[in-house]
Design a protein around this ligand. Sequence first.
Ligand code: AMP
Ligand code: MG
Length: 189
Amino acid sequence: MGKRIVITGVPGVGKTTVVNGALEQLKGEGIEYRSLNFGTFMFEVAEAEGMVKDRDGMRKLDRDQQKRLQKAAAQKMAQIPGNVIIDTHCTVKTPKGFLAGLPEWVLRELQPDMVVLVETDEDQILSRRLNDPTRTRDMEGSREIAFHQEFNRSMAAAYAMVSGCTISVVKNQDHLLEQAVARMADVLR
Ligand code: AMP
Ligand code: MG
């Protein structure tokens, strides 16, 4: 059986950067993971159906539409064998409140071995968002970002209770990317 690791973190924390670094390192050791992006699987369906123009539009869709896309994405990803990393969100901040990224039926499909929380200080996340013109990020203050990260920890505890997965925290602090990559590689090894 391959390993199934779910990587989460608030937008802008640098999940993708840390994971890519760690995968590079592990490749040299003969450990391979296939890296999947939950949002991309959802967006393929959403775009084909003309629901949204870009991936950042999906969190503004009706809750039922988001749940349908989420389910379709989880079913597709569950088919993929071998060691798999799933880049996603513990919770998605929608206009109607936080939506669980891994509700019970998604956990049942994916059966993750571990959920990783990538975190850093809220003021660092704020400045990373301000410096990323490629994405349509919501404007939030650092207190809201701090709350979102805290809430994600609570949700991760719920995921552990439902699925029996373990939870790991990887810090991705400014100027310490190498440390974050090394820690992520450890977690994935
Ligand atoms: P990302 O590129 O990781 O920021 O993901 C883009 C978008 O995909 C997010 O803003 C969400 O709308 C959606 N998304 C990703 N993962 C999930 C999930 N597990 N549940 C619901 N929506 C998700
Ligand atoms: Mg990303």
